[in-house]
Design a binder for this molecule. Structure first.
Ligand code: ATP
Ligand code: MG
Length: 422
């Protein structure tokens, strides 16, 4: 067949899928520990949600969205990130009226039309958390601690936590003026890429996020936001750092780290992996005190993060960290001959009723091929059934690790769990 999967998407075959299942189990465990409840929101949303929420000046909205018109002429977008949907659901179900604060998390696919490469896909997966309804610096600490704990639970050790404050709108306005002046300076302007020319107009802070070498050079000399923070911004950032120290989380302040989203205010943070190349950002987050209002909700400060599952998995792999044990099978039934195969469904049924994971060979192959399969499947014991065994009324039970054999009755009614504890 000529039909192949789309560029930038992937299939998860059973072994990989088992790793993902274990990954998700650990994420859910930590989310529960921190008191976060799961929210499942649609994968497609009205385009407007991201245009307004994620922000018109972001790369995501400018050039990375999968947007199409549906049959009713509505503009639909495959979600490029989770936060706008969570906020939409928060407002749509008036959650804020039920409780003052909410801790929500999600796991699922996101879609961005990027150039596929190692660590960068078009359908990728994130887990993320949102803490809505509080502007307390301790909420930022709680969220950062949560992001860190999920990565620790997955087995990661070498991580760098970078934090910054990009301030409140007042600070940003003052900074924007100076930053624009700097960027429009002739020598700087000539070196900036076309995207950064656009960013200088729409949202100059975005220039800090540019990945083009020349722009990074220009930005190295640009006025940074830290000199423009208001007293309140400074106090907030100070308290966040005190909180991180109080729980022993090592961090670095990086005044150039602004993250790629329009809605951030004050705290932004990022967790990077050590030594996995340029796609090393595992997790990004920050405070978004104005997003709920931007989406026409009541004033509701909030803070959140999102982590990239594929990037974390490849970091784990690069560090030789295994997530899932290879699956074990309690019993493999080798059925040799037509009479044995005929008994297979009933035998498997009985084994499963006794609580075992059980499988058998339905193909009528030779003993050697079947034993090879039992080994490959990591079976603990095998039951061997041939015409001989059927005649004798006794099956052969073989321990896979040392090939020790015993006999068990063919009458499955006589079987108990003990029968197979060799
Ligand atoms: P980057 O600067 O690497 O493009 P970003 O700023 O776009 O990241 P966010 O939107 O904050 O990232 O998303 C959070 C996390 O999701 C990232 O840290 C990364 O781990 C992951 N991620 C983002 N885009 C992709 C992608 N196209 N493929 C795989 N993972 C991604
Ligand atoms: Mg990006």
């Amino acid at each position: 067949m000529d039909i192949k999967r789309l560029h930038g998407t992937m299939d998860l075959l059973p072994e990989a899928a088992a790793r993902w299942t274990e990954f998700e189990r650990r994420i859910r465990k930590v989310m529960l520990q921190f008191g976060f409840g799961e929210i499942r929101v649609p994968i497609m949303e009205p385009t407007e949600l991201f245009a307004k929420g994620t922000g018109e000046s972001t790369d995501i909205v400018q050039k990375e969205m999968y947007t199409f018109e549906d049959r009713g002429g509505r503009s639909i977008t495959l979600r490029p990130e989770g936060t706008p949907s969570v906020v939409r659901a928060f407002l749509e179900h008036s959650l804020g009226a039920q409780r003052p604060s909410w801790k929500l998390y999600y796991i699922g696919p996101m879609f961005r039309a990027e150039r596929p490469q190692q660590g960068r896909y078009r359908q990728f997966h994130q887990f993320g958390a949102e803490f809505l309804g509080t502007d307390a610096p301790h909420a930022d600490v709680e969220l950062i601690a949560l992001a860190y704990a999920t990565l620790t639970e997955l087995g990661l050790r070498e991580m760098r936590l970078l934090i910054n404050s990009i301030g409140s709108p007042d600070a940003r306005r003052a900074h924007d003026v100076e930053l624009r002046k700097y960027l429009r300076d002739d020598t700087n302007w000539k070196r900036l890429c076309a995207d950064c020319h656009r960013r200088t107009e729409s949202n100059p802070l975005r220039v800090f996020d540019c990945k083009v070498e020349q722009c990074i050079d220009v930005v190295a000399g640009a006025p940074t936001i830290d000199g423009f923070l208001t007293d309140d911004d400074r106090a907030h950032f100070h308290d966040v750092q005190t909180g991180l120290k109080s729980i022993g989380l090592p961090y670095e302040v990086d005044v150039r780290m602004v993250r790629g989203l329009d809605y951030y205010t004050r705290t932004t943070f990022e967790i990077k992996a050590e030594g996995i190349g340029s796609q090393d950002s595992l997790c990004g987050g920050g405070r978004y005190d104005l997003l709920v209002e931007t989406l026409d909700g009541p004033p509701t400060p909030a803070v959140g993060f999102a982590s990239g599952i594929e990037r974390i998995l490849s970091t784990l792999e690069a560090n030789g960290i295994e997530l899932a044990e290879p699956p074990m099978l309690d019993v493999f039934v080798c059925a040799l001959g037509a009479a044995a195969i005929e008994r297979l469904p009933q035998i498997l049924n009985r084994l499963r009723a006794l609580g075992f994971t059980a499988d058998g060979d339905f193909l009528g192959r030779g003993l050697k091929a079947q034993m090879k399969d039992a080994n490959r499947r990591n079976a603990r014991v095998a039951i061997l059934i041939g015409d001989n065994e059927i005649e004798r009324g006794q099956y052969t039970l073989r321990r896979m690790d040392d090939s020790q054999q015993t006999e068990i009755p063919a009458d499955t009614d006589q079987w108990t769990a003990e029968t197979f504890r060799t």
